[in-house]
Design a protein around this ligand. Sequence first.
Ligand SMILES: [Zn+2]
Length: 129
Amino acid sequence: MLKKGTKAYSILTGTCPKCHEESMYKDKNPYHLGNLFEMHERCSHCNTKYKIEPSFFFGAMYVSYSVGIAFAVAAAVISYFVFNASLMGIFISIVGTLIVFMPLIVRISRNIWINFFIHYDANAAKVKL
Ligand SMILES: [Zn+2]
């Protein structure tokens, strides 16, 4: 599943959606919070511009609702079925999960968002411009 050329690869690794050769982020670790939103202007490999228009990544907020809900559901299911948690316990685990994974959710949402618009191009991966 995690092969270059698949959308999952770009989304999970934060690499350029077009060539999958370079990270879009200046700092690959989302938990360095000061750099969470720091992205390269263009891919140094295929020259794709990441910020397609000025407020392009605002749209990623809509994606982050769905990604956040996915994490919340996972937290609820695990705390209920694995840890047999009470309603309060489930609530706390949801809130805790969303806080702990927030940087990851932000990054994954941006990666999903940009992958809606830019698609993998095998030629871009090969040719170094
Ligand atoms: Zn690229």
